[in-house]
Design a protein around this ligand. Structure first.
Ligand code: C2E
Ligand code: MG
Ligand code: MG
Length: 578
């Protein structure tokens, strides 16, 4: 319709819908007096003719008499407004029906004018004002309903459309709600920058729009989450193929800044009416199905099934309990010994958190650490772990025991936390533990995904005097040139490489563990193997010069009393911890 680009002095097409020739003439004369007035008047004497004229879509304003031969009163306004909601309307009224005119304004008309009291200036001002005000309103509505980055409908509009589809029908139309999440988008964003991330999202929005049929909707919920509504679909086969098409389109390589990016997506599908009676349930269930797709290794899609709901409920329950676990004192630490492979002496321990859940019993970290990460609860929980470890180390030292170097695992989110260095330093001070007794373990992917921002944190921690170790080494994607410059002390060989040692007759078994040992040594780092379970593994590691070992072969993680007993035994044997 071109309203938006219209320069101020362009001619606005004004549609006057008025059956009284006298009133129509009066208005025409008022506007004709000034040839500079930017209005170009068109007439219709009946509502039907008026609506037809509006269908051309180029009217900038409607002047509307409410009493017409084929329509009367508020109804007249309602029909015009429903026909062209984006066109400003000024209602023309007689002296005696101003209340109706006011109702029209409440219902969305821009203004009303009383015919008997009209003058030229008033009319012109009202027309200008109505056009401006409507333009602004439309813009605000657009901002409220569309995503600024991609131009797609946003969550608001998506809900509106879904609600319309679900509620406004006498006969429910079947449809499918597809929840789409890009795989590893965060990684692209973090490593290539937000500019590239934004362009990727725009490109994906374009692709989604291009593969859909007319009448289907695609919206962006935020981040890298999109929702597609496939209307009038009930056949799983057809939906399956549609989603397959979408996911194939997404997976095509995309070139940004001369770089070819390969991005896949995971999707979950819920169907109306069978998977939920309302918008919220349909979206929640599609989301649950999407999570299942991620669990299945990403780059796939899943139809919702009711047992997914149980999982979601379980997750919610766990999350609620997790929020209270700290104040209820439900966390505890186990300690697993680390052994110096040259002397065979215990040289330290790793603190491993456990959650004593009131109903589910003792939970391993895999059950709750990812959830704690997602919810941010990892920050207070992680801080508790550091403090409790230091408190325990202090207690052992005070009892004359020598626990050696005790390590604590830091999650990615903790590592990115503002003020981490300050928190660690305060805890060391509070508990009176020498920094040289504490080691922090960061996984390889945590370190490598955050190199640019993380290096300062690493140096900060290092300057406190604590030791830094790279956990699960070999599973991430280390850049060796970075590794060389990072202020770290220890590489911890991931247990998968240790498991390979002595696993079969293959000539290359253990070769990766061996490679990591020599890499560590050439970088002047210490190296420890985790997950040592057999004597054969131990001998192999010793033979290749691995410094330390940890694993069930020596002992499982135990309660603090258990580790204290171990230290007692060591002391009595006269073997001193390194
Ligand atoms: P991780 O840091 O690699 O810890 C070693 C895990 O391997 C522990 O599992 C330990 O029980 C297990 N393990 C030890 N020896 C052997 C062995 O010989 N064979 C096998 N198969 N496994 C062995 P756990 O305690 O379940 O911890 C799992 C992961 O949870 C840890 O992996 C660590 O990433 C995380 N985690 C544990 N405690 C904390 C914590 O306090 N904070 C954070 N952020 N993460 C933690
Ligand atoms: Mg660890
Ligand atoms: Mg590990």
């Amino acid at each position: 319709m071109g309203i938006e680009e219209a320069p101020d002095r362009m001619q606005h097409k004004v549609l006057l819908i008025e059956d009284n020739p006298g009133d129509a003439r009066l208005i025409r004369e008022m506007l004709a007096e000034d040839p500079e007035a930017p209005f170009n008047l068109h007439f219709a004497e009946r509502l039907s003719a008026g609506l037809e004229a509006l269908s051309a879509g180029d009217a900038a304003l409607v002047l509307l008499d409410l009493s017409l031969p084929d329509s009367f009163g508020l109804e007249t306004f309602a029909k015009v407004y429903a026909h062209s909601p984006a066109v400003p309307i000024i209602v023309l009224t007689g002296n005696d029906d101003q209340t109706i005119a006011l109702s029209a304004v409440k219902g969305g008309a821009q203004d009303y004018l009383v015919k008997g009291r009209l003058d030229r200036e008033l009319l012109l001002r009202s027309m200008q004002y109505s056009i401006e005000r409507k333009r602004y309103q439309v813009q605000l509505e657009h901002q409220a309903n569309y995503d600024a980055l991609t131009g797609l409908p946003n969550r608001n509009l998506l809900y509106d459309r879904l609600r319309q589809a679900v509620y406004s029908q006498r006969m429910p139309h079947p449809m499918a709600v597809v929840f789409i999440d890009l795989d590893h988008f965060k990684f692209v964003n973090d490593s290539l920058g937000h500019g590239v991330g934004d362009r990727l999202l725009k490109g994906m929005a374009e692709r989604l729009r291009s593969v859909l049929r007319e009448g289907d909707t695609v919206a962006r919920l935020g981040g890298d989450e999109f929702v597609v509504i496939l209307n009038d679909q009930s056949s799983e086969d057809v939906i399956f193929r549609a989603v397959q098409r979408i996911s194939a389109k997404i997976s095509e390589p995309m070139t940004i800044d001369g770089k070819e990016l390969y991005v896949t997506c995971s999707a979950g599908i819920s169907m109306y009416p069978q998977d939920g009676p309302d918008v919220e349930t349909l979206l929640r269930n599609a989301d649950a199905a999407m999570y299942r797709a991620k669990d299945h290794g990403r780059n796939n899609f899943q139809f919702y099934t009711s047992e997914m709901n149980e999982r979601i409920n379980e997750r919610l329950m766990l999350e609620n309990a997790l929020r209270r676990a700290l104040e209820r004192n439900e966390f505890l630490l186990n300690y697993q010994q680390k052994v110096d492979l040259r002397t065979g002496a215990v040289c330290g321990a790793e603190a491993l958190v456990r959650w004593n859940h009131p109903e589910l019993g003792l939970l391993r970290p895999e059950r709750f650490i990812p959830l704690a990460e997602e919810t941010g609860l990892i920050l207070p929980v992680g801080e508790w772990v550091i403090r409790e470890t230091c408190r325990q180390v202090r207690a052992w030292l005070d009892a004359g025991l020598k626990p050696g170097l005790v390590s604590v695992n830091l999650s990615a989110r903790q590592f990115r936390q503002d003020g981490l260095v300050r928190i660690v330093s305060r805890i060391l001070e509070e508990t009176g533990v020498d920094p040289s007794s504490l080691e922090l373990e960061l996984t390889e992917s945590t370190v490598m995904h955050n190199v640019a921002t993380g290096i300062a944190t690493l140096h900060g921690l290092k300057s406190l005097g604590v030791a830094l170790s790279v956990d699960d080494f070999g599973t991430g994607y280390s850049s060796l040139s970075y590794l060389k410059d990072l202020p770290i002390d220890v590489l911890k060989i991931d247990r998968s490489f240790v498991r390979d040692i002595g696993a079969g007759e293959g000539a290359d078994e253990g070769v990766l563990a061996q490679a990591i040992i020599s890499l560590a040594h050439s970088l002047h780092l210490k190296v420890i193997a985790e997950g040592v379970e057999t004597d054969a593994q131990l001998r192999f590691l010793k033979r290749h010069g691995c410094d330390q070992g940890q694993g069930f072969f020596y002992g499982e993680p135990v309660a603090p009393e258990g580790f204290a007993r171990l230290l007692e035994v060591t002391r009595k044997k006269g073997k001193r911890p390194a």
